[in-house]
Design a protein around this ligand. Structure first.
Ligand code: FES
Length: 78
């Protein structure tokens, strides 16, 4: 099970700078109570110089936590 502890809300003006989420990411975000239309899982964002200055907000409570994470290792292996 993935955890979503890395849930972040990307600034609306920056959301289009990211590639679209994979299906696994979308499925997990569907279970995050605080998710918004610009929510992403930070562990799925591959940082690069092109994302310099990207603005994200970390939700203020632990409500995003769903369980143990398996999604992060999936990206690390790709
Ligand atoms: S889903 Fe990102 S750290 Fe678990």
């Amino acid at each position: 099970m993935a955890c979503a502890t890395c849930h972040v809300i990307v600034a609306a003006e920056d959301a289009a700078r990211l590639p679209p989420p994979r299906e696994e990411e979308e499925d997990l975000l569907d279970m995050v109570p605080q998710a918004t239309r610009t929510s992403r899982l930070a562990c799925q964002i591959r940082l690069s110089a092109a994302l310099d200055g990207l603005t994200v907000r970390v939700p203020g409570d632990r409500a995003s936590r769903i369980g143990d994470c398996t999604l992060m290792p999936a990206l690390a292996g790709s």
